[in-house]
Design a protein around this ligand. Structure first.
Ligand code: PEP
Ligand code: MN
Length: 453
């Protein structure tokens, strides 16, 4: 084990100690008093999750690290306040439940379901400003900061939106929790999760067959036991988001009287994005002090020693369930970039949940300038990752996807072989292109198959 291991130095860490480090990707607020006022209100509001839930998820992640579970994490690139609507939330839950059913069936192990929602409102951008027709304005940074329209008023960073983000997260969470506890996720009724267009989809037939098989097994078990299989009527659902805006995250950081330490209670499972993962940066400083399970995105330019220093900073005690590394290399680079990282982590005996994000290394623009991703590249990065882990003696323990339950046309390919021409039909994402309902289900079927090889 590495010599650098040491616990979080409680004296030097505070929820605001990140403020002495360089904080990238933060909005510039014009009026500090206005920001202070919004943060004061945020701090007084009740949190969205409990420390007990956070620790339960940490235990599940620990089990996934041992190969006893598989993690499915998915949702929009960026949530929008306007999409905080009943149908959108329900459809997203439906596709995630369907995918998890396919994975459970194919892998024969429980799936940890984590939504990329109820707080995914802040986006890192490649440039601080955007210029159109000679006019330069601040970039759109997500609905918790400003609005996408290209006007000075819309692009102003508005602290009031931090409160709105909290409220929309709470509404999303409340409805999701209500659906789950009301039997929506009941395995006895998978027909609740059917989406309108499923009957017209080639994936639908394979999925239906699987659902019938599961229904039969369930009825068989219940006949055998003479009682209903209780756990089949509810599932656990967790939330995650990129903890980008550190003032916001700090205001949601609470000490729980009956437990030691600090928790971020705006989400179960925050992650650090690739652009803000600098070792001496503010995000790593903030994350090292909270007790949540945490994740970091790792791109192809990260070398093994940098990765190990991040691992040491975020999980100095090598605690089970604490750390997830989400690799996002791209199909073209994964072969070269992933193995040295896996070898080093294994040599050092570090407890890591390895997850692949096959979206962000595979983004490209069409000849007409539309941001897209090819299904085949997404698929290739996942399949190659399974193989590279196997060869390295490590384990791919989950996938992180940008998807929606809506019938959008944002990614190319898939069973229906969407073309560049199709993108114009239903491209609705304000940031990155998402897998649509059918492409998501297809991918789940492919992942289940690949994991069995
Ligand atoms: C994202 O997850 O939307 C994102 C910006 O990813 P990354 O940090 O990996 O670039
Ligand atoms: Mn994205």
């Amino acid at each position: 084990m590495s010599r650098h291991l040491k616990g979080v130095d409680a004296a030097s860490w505070q929820p605001d100690s990140w403020q002495s480090r360089p904080a990238l990707q933060q909005p510039q607020y014009a009026d500090p008093a206005e920001l202070e006022q919004a943060l004061g209100q945020l701090q007084a509001l009740p949190p969205l999750v409990t420390s007990g839930e956070v620790l339960a998820l940490k235990q599940m992640i620990a089990e996934a690290q041992e190969g006893q579970r598989f993690l499915l994490q998915g949702g929009d690139c960026a949530e929008q306040f306007a999409d905080c609507r009943s149908e959108v939330i329900t459809n997203r839950l439906k596709i995630l439940l369907q995918m998890s059913l396919v994975l459970v069936h194919g892998m024969q192990k429980p799936v940890v379901r984590v939504g990329r929602f109820a707080g995914q409102y802040a986006k890192p951008r490649s440039a601080d400003v955007e210029t159109r027709d000679g006019i330069t304005l601040p970039s759109y940074r997500g609905d918790s900061v400003n609005r996408p329209e290209f006007t000075a008023a819309a692009r102003r960073a508005d602290p009031g939106r931090l409160l709105e983000a909290h409220v929309h997260s709470a509404l999303t969470m409340n409805f999701t929790r209500a659906l789950v506890s009301d039997g929506f996720a009941d395995l006895h009724h998978p027909e609740y999760w059917d989406l309108d267009w499923m009957s017209r989809s080639p994936m639908g037939i394979e999925y239906r067959r699987m659902v019938d098989e599961i229904g039969q097994s369930l009825r068989f078990m219940e006949t055998l036991m003479g009682q209903s299989v209780e756990n089949a009527s509810r599932v656990d659902f967790f939330t995650s988001h990129e903890a980008l805006l550190l003032h916001y995250e700090q205001a949601q950081t609470r000490q729980v009287p009956r437990r030691q330490g600090w928790f971020n209670l705006s989400t179960h499972y925050p992650w650090i994005g690739m652009r803000t993962a600098a070792l001496d940066g503010a995000h790593v400083e903030y994350f090292r002090g909270i007790r949540n399970p945490v994740a970091v995105k790792i791109g192809a330019s990260v070398d093994a020693s940098t990765m190990m220093r991040l691992v040491d900073a975020l999980n100095p005690d090598n605690e089970a369930g604490r750390l997830t590394l989400i690799t996002r290399m791209g199909a073209a680079k994964v072969e070269q970039a992933l193995p040295p990282l896996l070898d080093e982590a294994r040599r050092e005996g570090r407890k890591i949940l390895w997850v692949v994000d096959p979206m962000h290394g595979n983004t490209e623009s069409t000849s007409s300038g539309v941001k897209t991703r090819r299904f085949d590249n997404i698929r290739a990065e996942i399949e190659r990752s399974f193989e590279l882990h196997r060869a390295a003696g490590t384990r791919l323990g989950g996938v992180h996807l940008e998807l929606t339950g809506e019938d959008v046309t944002e990614c190319l390919g898939g069973a229906r072989d969407l073309s560049e021409h199709d993108l114009a039909r239903a491209y609705r994402s304000s940031v990155d292109p998402r897998l649509n309902y059918e492409q998501s289900l297809e991918l789940a079927l492919l992942i289940a198959k690949k994991s069995r090889e």
